[in-house]
Design a protein. Structure first.
Length: 159
């Protein structure tokens, strides 16, 4: 019998053994130094994104910083935090297709340099449309798209 693929909402709800705090060592220490790293649970990332109000923005690095503060670690894991932000976005889009009106506002989450994320549902075009619907203006330089004055619109990450 073929194994059914998990939905994005099921992936979001599957915490496995997370969150988990690990020591920074090996290859990771060359880039991140010493200390500890929290590998968050997917729902922790979703809960932070869910609380970003209309008109405000957050970066993946801010989410990582909030997770580090919450778990008393040196850093939040850069890999899993980004992956779980993507899962939260796709789970929210599943909710939208099921007719839910209140979904996680994933489009308010920017890359660390303020760019829109091409890996989010519908790519940068969809994220741009959703942000413009909320009144944000875009600045485009070549292929790169950012929210105009994005730094001024950042919210302090809710813990």
């Amino acid at each position: 019998m073929a194994k059914l693929k998990k939905s994005w909402k099921e992936k979001l709800a599957d915490d496995k053994d997370l969150p988990r705090v690990v020591k920074i060592e090996g290859k990771m220490s060359r880039r991140w130094g010493t200390g500890t790293c929290v590998i968050p649970a997917p729902r922790e990332v979703d809960n932070i994104i869910r609380r970003v109000p209309r008109g405000k923005l957050i970066t993946v690095n801010q989410i990582r910083e909030a997770l580090a503060v919450k778990h008393h670690t040196t850093i939040g894991c850069p890999i899993t935090t980004g992956i779980f932000a993507g899962i939260a976005a796709r789970a929210a889009e599943e909710d939208r297709t099921e007719g839910r009106k209140r979904i996680t506002p994933w489009w308010r989450t920017l890359r660390s340099d303020g760019q829109l994320n091409p890996k989010y549902p519908g790519g940068v075009e969809n994220q741009r449309r959703l942000l413009e619907e909320e009144g944000h203006e875009m600045v485009q330089r070549g292929e790169l798209i950012r929210v105009a004055d994005w730094e001024k619109r950042l919210v302090n990450p809710p813990l």
